[in-house]
Design a binder for this molecule. Structure first.
Ligand SMILES: C[S@@+](CC[C@H](N)C(=O)[O-])C[C@H]1O[C@@H](n2cnc3c(N)ncnc32)[C@H](O)[C@@H]1O
Length: 248
């Protein structure tokens, strides 16, 4: 894939539709640490299903953004972690936040394409994936490739939004994965997070519009896309995190 295609894929994974946004994404999302993931939900799920993670576990956060998941897992459980993301400004932020949280010796961050990561990593105890991109193919193809990174009988934490739990669970079966446990995201909490995030993005888009009035449409369209997505997530979609087990 060309750099232009990669830019488009990154923007698309962040709910944008215009690759010209790429250079403004760091500013638009400056105030956000969690870019869609809900580490609190995942921690609740891991505690309930596995009694937490063990210090000798290795965790791989695929498409980690600013590292919200893996950094909070390292803090909570003392695990070793690796975060990969294709967007260098997010990896820079993740490394900076790791230092702020004194987690830089626990978690390493690399700029890497998901397609490379699924061939590069093996023997991982827990892989985190947020279903944010289709570069590996459909959901079944993606989960099968991600499974190859895990040790047999180990786990994938899959954060997604779906129209149908039945279809989603059929996809897991077809991928050869067992469902260990799942946690629906609380709608009230989601709503509050969404309001906060949209407000921050709107503020930053407003500042960019003052600096680049000729690009106002570009920023307005991004804000509108965020609002549309939030509406969809809050009305039609079910947001859920699954803990899946790979075949033994
Ligand atoms: C919605 S964000 C989620 C980030 C993080 N999981 C979180 O929730 O905070 C999607 C991420 O996927 C990354 N991404 C998109 N395509 C990618 C690819 N082909 N390889 C690696 N990362 C990719 C983007 O740069 C972005 O950080």
């Amino acid at each position: 894939m060309s750099d232009q295609d990669n830019d488009f894929k990154i923007v698309q994974s962040l709910s944008g539709a215009d690759k010209r946004l790429i250079r403004y994404i760091p500013y638009l999302l400056k105030d956000l640490f969690e870019l869609g993931s809900k580490p609190i939900v995942s921690i609740e799920l891991l505690d309930r299903a596995l009694g937490g993670l063990q210090v000798d576990n290795t965790v791989l956060d695929l498409c980690c953004g600013k590292g919200a998941n893996v950094l909070q897992f390292a803090r909570k459980y003392g695990i070793r972690g690796i975060g990969i993301d294709l967007f260098p400004p997010f990896i820079d932020d993740a490394r900076e936040i790791a230092v702020q949280l004194e987690m830089q010796n626990f978690v390493e961050f690399n700029v890497m394409d998901l397609r490379t990561a699924v061939t590069a990593f093996r023997d991982i105890d827990l892989v985190i994936f947020g279903a944010d991109t289709d570069v590996l193919g459909n959901e079944i193809e993606s989960l099968q490739q991600i499974t190859a990174c895990c040790r047999p009988g180990k786990h994938i934490l899959y954060e997604t939004a779906t129209l149908s739990i039945n279809i989603l669970e059929y996809i897991f079966t077809q991928s050869g994965l067992n469902i260990v446990d799942s946690q629906l995201h609380d709608r009230e909490q989601l709503h509050e997070i969404n309001i906060y995030n949209t407000e921050k993005i709107k503020q930053r888009a407003g500042e960019l519009k003052e600096l680049y009035p000729e690009k106002s449409d570009l920023f307005d369209t991004y804000v509108q896309a965020q609002e549309d997505e939030v509406k969809l997530l809050e009305t039609e979609m079910i947001s859920v995190t699954y803990l899946l087990q790979t075949p033994r």
